[in-house]
Design a protein around this ligand. Structure first.
Ligand SMILES: *Cc1c(COP(=O)(O)O)cnc(C)c1O
Length: 390
């Protein structure tokens, strides 16, 4: 059985060999001078990746969901109200997290495949006392990308903080945290940052840190409390040893390597590469007659594609594509779970990965009775890639 199967799901993704080698190195003491230097550098690099020069990064062992909990727990207090811009599965999770923390939730929702109307968000902000607005930058269940910049602006104009769930976006979709005025942006390691699962990464801007310091109640979870972690993050950056809870030493080392790759590519070049790759995939989907969940181009993410199964085809196609050598994902949004599949395209993805994936999907669809794998998707993707290369 071959291990050479291309992983094209919306996280975890294919990782760079150098990142994986970093994971396999001897584990250093968490207060070893070498590790302190690595961790300190990774924290600084996060400011450059999030384009948030004045913000405080937190790197904490846990998955992306922990990053959501930390963001919610530190800047909103029980009894206050948060507005959730609801674009699908992960917005719903954010609402559940606020609810568990005793925060009242106001939702502004849109039908599947769309983003809520900005006018409705503004109305909710003007008619209610809202402490923070939470938006999912890319909802991984639908491939819908929300206008984070515009929503952060509305929040600020109405005296609310903004929280952006960038777990399927940071490092691939355009995010300029400071210029956009996003108060807390967060992600997990395993998506566009290109590091195996296990790190929650939260970047808090000055207004978010001020809101934390002005709290009347303490954060109920010790592990999630900014106050426990701030001295640790500051110490690592100042090259001094500190301990609150053992950092994931090998993952942090791998994170530092991967952030180095991101910054060597350059954030703008990286955003542009993801847009190019996504365009080539979209050309293939359209040539194959596949319909996307997002209903318009301006709300379609560059990090993944969510596609309805064509008539007469069911979820078995995911298994066929796997047999053809490429791992893709089924549906996730509860309203349409069995009706669509998802293809991740973020991180180290290349033009060759695009062709391998489109080819495997064409053959998988043909096995499921749709089309003849005549290469029309491949031709469209290849033309897209070649046009952009010129
Ligand atoms: C994957 C994802 C999460 C959850 O991350 P886990 O690491 O699975 O806990 C949250 N939000 C978004 C947008 C995601 O894509």
């Amino acid at each position: 059985m071959t291990e050479r199967r291309l992983l094209m799901i919306p996280g975890p993704i294919e990782f760079e060999p150098e990142v994986l080698r970093a994971l396999g190195q001897k584990t250093l003491s968490h207060v070893d001078a070498d590790f302190i230097a690595i961790f300190g550098r990774a924290i600084g690099r996060l400011r450059d990746v999030f384009l948030a020069p004045r913000a405080q990064p937190f790197v904490i062992a846990g998955s992306g969901t922990l990053a959501m909990e930390i963001a919610a727990a530190n800047v909103v207090e029980p009894g206050e109200t948060a507005l959730v811009v609801d674009t699908g599965y992960f917005s719903d999770r954010m609402a559940q997290i606020f609810d568990r923390q005793g925060v009242k939730v106001v939702r502004v929702a849109a039908p599947i495949g769309r983003v809520p109307d900005l006018g409705e968000i503004e109305k909710a902000l003007k008619t209610q006392s809202i402490k923070a607005v939470a938006v999912t930058h890319v909802d991984t269940s639908t491939g819908v990308r929300a206008p984070v910049e515009a929503i952060a602006k509305l929040a600020r104009e109405n005296g609310a903080l903004s929280l952006s769930d960038g777990v399927c976006a940071v490092g691939a979709e355009v995010l300029r945290q400071e210029a956009w005025g996003v108060d807390v942006a967060f992600t997990g390691s395993q998506k566009a940052l290109g590091v195996p699962p296990g790190l929650a990464i939260v970047v808090a801007g000055p207004a978010a840190m001020a809101a934390y310091k002005a709290r009347k109640t303490r954060v109920a979870s010790l592990y999630s409390d900014f106050g426990q972690w701030l001295p640790i993050m500051e110490a690592y950056e100042a090259k001094k040893p500190a301990y609150f809870a053992t950092p994931a030493v090998n993952l942090v080392t791998a994170l530092d390597v991967s952030l180095g790759h991101l910054l060597a590519e350059g954030m703008d070049a990286r955003f542009a590469r993801h847009a190019r790759i996504a365009d080539a995939f979209r050309a293939a989907w359209s040539a194959l007659g596949l319909e996307t969940l997002p209903t318009s181009a301006d709300v379609t993410a560059n990090t993944l594609s969510a596609l309805y199964y064509p008539d007469g085809v069911d979820a078995s196609v995911v298994g066929h594509v796997r047999d053809e050598g490429v791992v893709i994902a089924g549906g996730l949004h509860p309203e349409a779970r069995t009706k669509y599949f998802r293809v991740g395209h973020m991180g180290a993805v290349t033009g060759s990965d695009v062709l391998a994936t489109v080819g495997a999907i064409e053959r998988g669809l043909a096995r499921a009775g749709y089309g003849t794998a005549d290469g029309r998707g491949l031709v469209a993707a290849q033309k897209g890639l070649a046009a952009k290369a010129r």
